[in-house]
Design a protein. Structure first.
Length: 597
């Protein structure tokens, strides 16, 4: 039975009693019956081209055959971003290490514009070993080049993009270096006070210490189905959210207490997304929380936030239970102009789809939309994006196990599992595709973060996937058929230069779709800042941009099958038609000059 929000609020005092027992939350639900296949062709096919593209270095994260601590199993994210402003997506892959001493580094790969990448980590100054978690991208100093903030166990780090292919660690000077180690998790740039400067939200997962952490099987929360496993997150101390205001002089001020976010504790925070969920023009913050209620920080438009996850319907499952929230896909699946939420969870449970009512309150629609058929896998990174350009946003989830000890004894909980695609059928229904989406989807891996973007500039959405203890996957999407598309790149002027938080609403045929520029989504990852709209058979669109500053622009009858670049206050300043293959486009570039407000 679905509970009301009022009844869920009455459950709050009793939630703590549910936090005993196994360390990971799962509802133990059975999959819903699968309906008859629609028989409709799916025009997107994914092939893993990572090795041929040069993405060959493994992501190290703990031992392969056993995990002593939860630190070894959570994994990390990735980013598609254009660090050198040449119009082609580059790749950042985060990495962990091993307790035995074997280490790796985060890696930056430059796009060679021919389907391959070159490792430029050392040249760029980004070599860093340790336990990385999440990344957020944004131009915090408005100089025209996107910067990086990376969280992890130990110390988080802010890298300033110098605009010459290199980055500098400016964490201490920016006021973001803590006096003791923490386990940073989800993070996102946002302009919460709409002054044109990117502020920074940082979550932390658990208060963790290798010297005092309990060992597998030592406590009730260190078991899974009776098998000793690493402990947590339940039973371990929770972390604290933090918010830093950008001072406009390359420094930040901690406003966690003053803004009200620090009052929200008691949950294990993971992926963080800043977006305008209640359509009031101000960015809110949603945090997926593991095995505890998730947080929705509503922007009060006065420099403060109020945590409203429970009353807004996005803290718990549809039946009022905490779930192992990890990844977030954000988009407008039902084409009503508001942002909906897909949240991934543990095995023996469903991912959950929250439908936005347009005012920032949500209803769980997992079963009625057809997502309840899949409960086999542990879900991590996720996206709500149009994979086949038919004008309907689809769902893609990457998966992977967490307990190698369990996998050896209970084969139905393997470590390596396939990716999941739900094709949007329209009318509020999805259909899971098993083999139709190509070998890149069916291949089993132990995956965590993933990023969505068009790395080969051919007019569709590709997927970059982090796989633990093996190289990443680069899923090239090859879309056939006559569907059209449009990409929108925004440049802020009065708003922050990266246009993070900008809303683009596109009208095509009888459909309307909203998207926002997000600085983190999926699981600990960053998607292409160029918003991609599949358009189906529509050849022209009308669009409206609502900039983070609050100003609006409308542009009518924009032709499809191209990238348009829009500068705030000036309309379309550049249009680019993508060619039939990557090499044909190498010379079709536009020079970019350094820009400072």
């Amino acid at each position: 039975m679905k509970r009301t929000r009022r009844s869920l609020l009455r459950l709050l005092p009793f939630l703590s009693c549910r936090l005993s027992g196994q360390g990971m939350a799962t509802r133990g639900v059975r999959p819903a019956p699968r309906g008859k296949p629609s028989g409709l062709p799916f025009r997107a096919k994914f092939t893993d081209v990572a090795r041929a593209a040069g993405l060959r270095e493994p992501v190290i994260c703990g031992e392969v055959d056993h995990k002593t601590y939860i630190l070894e199993t959570i994994g990390c994210g990735a980013a598609f971003f254009d660090y050198d402003n040449d119009g082609w997506l580059d790749v950042l892959i985060l990495s962990g290490t091993r307790l035995s001493g074997s280490s790796a580094t985060n890696r930056l790969y430059k796009n060679n514009r021919d389907g391959t990448f070159t490792d430029v980590t050392e040249k760029a100054g980004l070599h860093r070993s340790g336990w990385a978690s999440a990344v957020t991208v944004g131009d915090y100093n408005n100089d025209g080049f996107d910067d990086l903030f990376i969280t992890g166990y130990g110390h988080n780090v802010l890298y300033r993009n110098n605009g010459d292919g290199t980055f500098t660690d400016v964490t201490k000077g920016a006021g973001l270096l803590h006096d003791k180690p923490r386990w940073g998790s989800g993070c996102t740039f946002l302009d919460y006070d709409r002054n044109g400067l990117l502020d920074l939200f940082i979550a932390s997962y658990v208060d963790f210490d290798l010297q005092t952490a309990p060992k597998p099987g030592s406590e009730s929360y260190c078991n899974w189905n009776g098998i000793p496993v690493h402990c947590g997150p339940r039973g371990l101390p929770t972390g604290t959210p933090m918010l830093y205001r950008n001072n406009g002089d390359d420094t930040f001020t901690d406003v966690s207490v003053a803004s009200g976010v620090a009052k929200s504790t008691g949950s294990y925070m993971m992926t963080a997304v800043a977006a305008d969920f209640d359509n009031d023009g101000w960015p809110d913050i949603y945090v997926a929380c593991d095995s505890t209620p998730s947080f929705l920080f509503r922007n009060n438009r006065d420099g403060t936030f109020t945590e409203t996850g429970m009353i807004r319907g996005v803290a718990l499952s549809e039946d009022g239970n905490p779930q192992a929230g990890m990844g977030l896909g954000i988009g407008d699946y039902n084409l009503d102009g508001s942002l909906d939420i897909l949240k991934t969870h543990f095995s023996d449970d469903t991912s959950i789809l929250f439908r936005n009512d347009g005012r920032g309150s949500f209803d769980g629609v997992t079963e009625m939309t057809g997502l309840g058929v899949e409960t086999r896998f542990v879900g991590w990174g996720a996206g709500m994006t149009d994979l086949d350009n038919d004008g309907l946003p689809d769902l893609l989830i990457v998966t992977g196990g967490v307990f190698p000890e369990v996998a050896r004894q209970l084969p139905r909980y393997p470590m390596e599992t396939p990716r999941v695609v739900f094709r949007n059928l329209g009318s509020g229904r999805f259909e899971e595709l098993i083999d139709e989406a190509g070998p890149g989807i069916t291949a089993p891996h132990c995956s965590r973060g993933c990023a969505f973007g068009d790395f080969d500039n051919d007019g569709d959405v590709d997927v970059l996937v982090v796989n633990l203890n093996e190289p990443p996957s680069l899923l090239r999407n090859d879309v056939t058929g006559g569907n059209h598309w449009l990409k929108v790149k925004l440049i802020g002027v009065k708003s922050n230069r990266s246009a993070i938080g900008a809303r683009v609403t596109v009208r095509y045929g009888d459909r309307v779709q909203a998207q926002e520029v997000l600085s983190q989504a999926s699981f600990y990852s960053v998607n292409d800042f160029r918003l991609h709209f599949g358009l189906g058979l529509a050849e022209r669109v009308d669009l409206e941009i609502r900039w983070p500053s609050g100003t609006k622009e409308s542009i009518a009858k924009v032709a499809a099958d191209r990238l348009i670049v829009i500068r705030e206050g000036e309309g379309i300043v550049r249009t680019e038609r993508f060619g039939g293959n990557a090499q044909a486009r190498v010379g079709d570039q536009t020079s970019v000059t350094r820009f400072r407000k």
